[in-house]
Design a protein around this ligand. Sequence first.
Ligand SMILES: Cc1cc2nc3c(=O)[nH]c(=O)nc-3n(C[C@H](O)[C@H](O)[C@H](O)COP(=O)(O)OP(=O)(O)OC[C@H]3O[C@@H](n4cnc5c(N)ncnc54)[C@H](O)[C@@H]3O)c2cc1C
Length: 617
Amino acid sequence: MDCLTTNVPAPEEIDIPALREKYRFERDKRVRVEGQEQYAAHADHLTQDTYEHDPFTPVIPRDSLEEDIDVAILGAGWTGILAAYHLTNAGVTSFRNIDHAGGFGGTWYWNRYPGIQCDNDAYCYLPLLEEMGWLPSKKFADGKEIYDYIQTIADRFELREKGLFHTLVKRLDWDESIKRWIVSTNRGDTIRARFVIMAGGTLSTPKFPSVPGIHAFKGHKFHTSRWDYEYTGGEWGNPVLEKLKDKRVAILGTGATSIQAVPYLGKYAKELYVLQRTPSVVDKRDNPPTDPEWAASLKPGWQAHRQENFLRAANEILPRDQPDLICDFWTEINRNINGELDAEGKGPITAEEFWGRREVMDFRVMERLRRRVDAIVKDPATAEALKPWYRFMCKRPLSNDDYLDTFNLPSVKLIDVAPTQGLEAMTEKGFIAQGVEYEIDAIVFASGFEVTSDLRRRWGFDDVVGRDGVSLYDHWADGPQTLHGSMTHGFPNMFFTGYVQGGLNGTTTLQFGSQGHHAAYIITEALKRGVAVEPTREGQDAYIKRFNEVAADLSSILNECTPSYFTNEGEKEAKWFLFRGWGLGWDNWRDMMQEWRSAGTLEGLELRAESEQVPAE
Ligand SMILES: Cc1cc2nc3c(=O)[nH]c(=O)nc-3n(C[C@H](O)[C@H](O)[C@H](O)COP(=O)(O)OP(=O)(O)OC[C@H]3O[C@@H](n4cnc5c(N)ncnc54)[C@H](O)[C@@H]3O)c2cc1C
C-alpha cells in the first residue's frame, strides 16, 4: 500500500506570525516560576507509603543476600534486559538484574492501565524481533503483548534466575579497598559488584502535582502506573471497568497515558472530569494488524533498516528516493515535504531549505490537527480548549481514535486548569477549579514521571557515593559530566544509560541497547585486563567540550513550546535536557563509538589494576 501525503492547509491559509504569537501566549500562560519544583517532592508523594508496594505481584518474604557478582544491573526494563543480553553475548554471566518490580518489564511491568499500547511503530520499538523470530500482532502493540514478549526474551536468554525482584536499591557505595560497588537494598542485602549499570529508567518514578489540599481528599486515588483494578473493576488486557458505573471520577493530566485511558474511564464511569492544563496532539490511530504477507517478505536486517528509516523520516531528512516505511503521524511532516518537492519537480534541496520548509509544514500540520478537533468534538467551547497551540514536537504527539469523541458523551466534562496553571486545590470531597467545587469519588493521577528533575528526587537512592567519598548528587549538581554519556570521573566501573550526554535515536530501545552494548564491551575488556576503569578528567572534559560545541540549538523549542517534561517545564537554565543528544546525529554517534571500541585502546579511560592505589588528583 502506498504511503500518502496528508491533506494540510495551504501556506496561504495560515498566518504564521500570528500563530507564533499565539504559541507564545499559550506557553506564557502555563509556565510556572517554580519550573520542575512545582511537583510534589518525592518524600511527599501520595503513593510514598505504597511506593514500595507492588499492586500486581505479592511480595514474598526472603532472607537478606550477601554475595559477590561481576555486574549489578539496576533495573529490569528494556535497558536492563538489553544490557543483560549484551553481557551474555560477551560471555559475562555473573550478573543480576535488580528491580523493585516483581519481574521483568520495567515500564511494561508497572503500566497496566486500560488501553495501554506503545505509541510508536512496534516493529521499530520492540528490540530483538529478528533474533526472537517474532512480530507483534499490530503496529501499535498492546502493553500486555509487550510485557509477554519481554517474558519470552527473559526465558530465551536465561535471565530469569539472575533477576532479583521486589528489591529496591537504596544506596551505592564504592569501596576502593576491594574495588567493588556495595549495593544496599530495602531487603537488607549487601551485594558486592565489580560493575554497576544504572538502568533505572527515564519514566519510572511517578510524579504528582503539588496541589493545596491534595492530602485532605478522602476519596480514592492512585497513579496510572499503579492502576487499581480492584477499585475500577476489569483487569489488565480486559479493561471492563464495571465498578465505576456509580462513581464520579477525575483524571488529572492529558498526556500520553491519559489519552489512552480516558476512553475507558469515559465509557464506564458515571461521571468523568478530565483535568487538562495543556492539550495533547491527538491524531487518528490507524493500527492495522500485522500483515502476514508483509511479514513473510521481510529479509534479514529488516529491523535495523526500518529503525533507520524511522529516525530519518521522523527527525532528520528522509532522502527523496527512500519510501517512508513507517507512514504514520510521526513521519507526516517529512513525508509531506518530500511529496511537495516531487510535485514541484524540484531536485535536491539544501539542508537549510529543508529545515525552513519543515518549520512551515509544522504549522500546517498542527492546523490540520486543530481542525480535526473541531470536526470531532461537538461542543465548540470544549473543542477550543482541546486544541494544541504549539509546535508538533513540543509535547509527545499522540494518536487515538476514541479520545476526542469521548468528550461528546454527556457524562464527560473537560476541566481546563490552564488559567490557574494547574489544578487549583483539592478538598475532602473533590477538587476546586475556577472557584467551583466538584465532588468526586476518585481521582486518577495521569501526572507522568520525574524525567529531568533534580537527580535525587528522580532516582530516589539515599546516595551514590564514589571513589573519594563524593556523592554523585553533588558531583552532578550542575548537570551530568561524562565521557560518552556512559561513565563519569570519580565513579569507577559505573555505567549510565538513558538520556545522558550521548547519542539520541528516535527508536529509544535502539539507543538503550547500544548503551548496554558499550558497557558490555568495556566490562569485558576490564575483566580481561583485571582493572577498574573510569574516565580521566581530561578525557571527560574533552568529550564534554565537543558535546557542547556540536549541540543543537534548542532555543526555538524553548521559545515556542508550552511547558512539559519535553522542555523541562519551561526552565531555560535547566541542568538536564531530555532530548539533548549528540548534535552531529545518530549515524555520526554510532560510527564514533564503533571506532572507539574498534581501536581497543579505551581512550579517555584510566585503567587501574585491582591492587593499585588511586592517583593523587
Ligand atoms: C506508559 C508508557 C508508554 C511508553 N511508550 C513508549 C513508546 O511507545 N515508545 C518509546 O520509545 N518509549 C515509550 N515509553 C518510554 C519507556 O519508558 C521506554 O521506552 C523504555 O521502556 C524504558 O526502559 P528502561 O529499562 O530504560 O526503563 P524502565 O522500563 O522504566 O525500567 C526501569 C526499572 O528500574 C526499576 N528501578 C528504578 N529505580 C530502582 C531502584 N532504586 N531499585 C530497584 N529498581 C529500580 C524500576 O522499577 C523499573 O522497573 C513509554 C513509557 C511509558 C511510561
